[in-house]
Design a binder for this molecule. Sequence first.
Ligand SMILES: [Mg+2]
Length: 219
Amino acid sequence: MSRERHTEGPAIGTLKPTKPGLLVLDIDEVVLEFIAPFERLLEEMGARLHVDGFRLTGNVRSISTGTALTGHELDGITARLYEEQIERQPAVPGVLKALESLSSLADIVFLTAMTPSYHARRRTLLDGLGLTHPMIATERSKGGVVAELAALWGGPVVFVDDLPPNLEAVRRSVPEVHLVHLMANTVFRPHLPPLPPGALAAADWDEAEALIRERLAVA
Ligand SMILES: [Mg+2]
């Protein structure tokens, strides 16, 4: 496999700040539902998620045989979900209202680790929801990408993600970035690894919007 890290979307240097502050948002489980549509797709395929830890592999089993699906099979199901995302992935409750309001305070950039080849499909989906902010889909660590974005903006930066390791990667690269944890679905919440120091937890977009608003104001 190639060691090159693929990226789709605008080059960071072409993005033009229009406000001092920047809000960088992960997409799956922050802007678009991922786990609930993934579970619906599993049901259609005769499998089910039984969560006993913070991972998918080993936690998805055939309904008829009880056999755990392999990582390769799960990758195939994730690919199909991304393929069919326009029909399958709804907006997370409250996100449209929150972003409409927050977009008057800060520029918004979407940063997703989704396989970059699905960028055009996801762009169509987001545009259809009125979420026309730039989107970068990359296999790079989010830490490096957020560091480059933060250098362009200069004002307060807030980063929101559902995966604690991504929050940690950003904290290590750019310690001054404000971190907010938001995971729309509740099934993995009891199994989450600890959040990095300083990260704030939001249960839903109402809470996230209030936390983001405070961070954009104080910095
Ligand atoms: Mg995510």
